[in-house]
Design a protein around this ligand. Structure first.
Ligand code: BGC
Length: 265
């Protein structure tokens, strides 16, 4: 069993738990600390360090971020403080926690976890995971391999609006839509994605996945299948741990003596 601490940074809460990366199961209850006002890097960094201390965790840590993450830098901040843009957040968290931290976009983490352990387990081909919450996050996975940072919540839809401004769960609340009216918007968005990517399966996640009985019958697609996410609010934590485990595995392989040096010849 390989145990990695997964931490999921969200707009209202930062949650963590140790994960068995072989089974994708959390080993304890999640611990949640409210996101500090404004979600500025310094405040968030302190909460991440507090979670690591809370679990007394020694090994690598995986952390999700609700924006673009490329080579350890956070490059966008749609729903958090703009101070994240261009920041070496990997280094910030690594220094604050004293652990080897791996950072990943929140929807990418949820996507990896759903594809391996959740609603996409055993599905081959193209799986597209969408998280509907404050924004819309996306993960594109082909035969278990992730194409990171697809950011399809920012696809322009309906004039000059980003899809997430019009079809997220926050838009549903803001515009006081009933589930049928929201599902009509979500269907328009999903049909556009269907045209662009032809996924074999859509997995619909985020906060709304708990209420699938309210929207499921109102979503209409042309050719793809869709299912509600299975891991719900654990998916980000599990995916963060998976990606930290992958990186730690890569490092171990690099450090191992090569077969030739090891005297195989
Ligand atoms: C961000 C994405 C994120 C999504 C869900 C969007 O606004 O641009 O990176 O995955 O919200 O948090």
């Amino acid at each position: 069993m390989s145990v990695i601490l997964g931490i999921d940074i969200g707009g209202s809460g930062i949650k963590g738990a140790p994960v068995d990366t072989l089974s994708g199961k959390l080993l304890t209850e999640r611990h949640r600390i409210p996101t500090p006002e404004g979600a500025r890097p310094d405040g968030v960094k302190d909460v991440v360090a507090e979670l690591v201390r809370h679990f007394g965790h020694q090994g690598p840590v995986g952390v999700t971020f609700p924006g673009i993450v490329q080579h350890g830098r956070t490059l966008s901040a749609a729903n958090v403080d703009k101070g994240w843009i261009g920041l070496d957040a990997d280094a910030l968290f690594t220094e604050a926690t004293g652990r080897d931290v791996t950072l990943i976009n929140d929807a990418d983490a949820a996507g990896l976890a759903e594809a391996r352990f959740g609603a996409g387990a055993g599905v081959s081909g193209v799986v597209m995971v969408l998280t509907f919450g404050t924004g819309i996050g996306s993960a594109l996975i082909h035969d278990g391999v992730l194409v990171p940072n697809t950011e399809l919540g920012h696809l322009w839809l309906k004039g000059d609006k980003h899809a997430e401004t019009w079809a997220s769960d926050r838009a549903r609340e803001r515009d006081d839509l009933n589930w049928k009216a929201w599902a009509k918007r979500a269907s328009t968005y999903l049909q556009h994605l269907e045209l662009l990517f032809s996924p074999d399966l859509f997995i619909i996640g985020g906060g709304i996945s708990k209420k699938a009985d309210k929207w499921r019958e109102h979503i209409h697609l042309t050719r793809s299948e869709f299912v509600p996410a299975a891991l719900q609010n654990e998916a980000g934590i599990v995916g963060a741990a998976m990606v930290a485990e992958q990186r730690a595995g890569g490092r171990r392989a690099e450090e191992a003596p090569s077969p030739v040096e090891g005297g195989a010849a």
